[in-house]
Design a protein around this ligand. Sequence first.
Ligand SMILES: *Cc1c(COP(=O)(O)O)cnc(C)c1O
Length: 220
Amino acid sequence: MSISNNLKQIKATLPDHVTLVAVSKTKPIPDLMEAYENGQRIFGENKIQDMADKFEAMPKDIQWHMIGHVQRNKVKYMASFVALIHGVDNYKLLEEINKQGEKHNRTINCLLQIKIASEDSKFGMSPTLASEILQSQDFSTLKNIQITGVMGMASFTEDEQQVETEFKLLKSTFDNLKELNTNKSVFNTISMGMSGDYKLAIQSGSTMVRVGSSIFGTRS
Ligand SMILES: *Cc1c(COP(=O)(O)O)cnc(C)c1O
């Protein structure tokens, strides 16, 4: 199936309140352009350099989402244009994003990545740390970032029950954190669900799915 057909099929299954991030990592620009020409305006990349290259080359009404693990020393390469950083999992990274936001005179939207999988390999902070950060004095001084929600990745397993349990943990973490957030209207995003599990994620409360291979085909 073609990229445009894949995209149309997936969009047809998404409820209105769910945003689709087309995960285009490793894919060439012509593939992204096919999605763009079919109306897609949000793309997700996991390497900052690749995202910056694609930003340079592509139309400027695209929203670029950084979905991968972020190294602090690379924030500067995306600070001028990134629309949302999904993988913020420590306070020092927030400080650096804030500093770069200040430099570029803009507010950078971030999601707190929460560790919901039982596997050790996944990045993310504990729900407790997330709530401590949101309530801290230090955090309240960061004026050039905005936390708009949470992101999580479920375990890589066939066990749907386990995946559902992990998604529900992210949803309840979101609900708890929202109570702490002074700016409740901007804290509205639960980024969870990929090609293999986005339907289950939506049933569990996702508002943003990150779908790659089901749109662009498998990655080599
Ligand atoms: C690659 C990736 C995705 C998309 O995965 P698919 O299975 O290809 O849909 C989603 N989220 C993150 C964080 C990723 O790295």
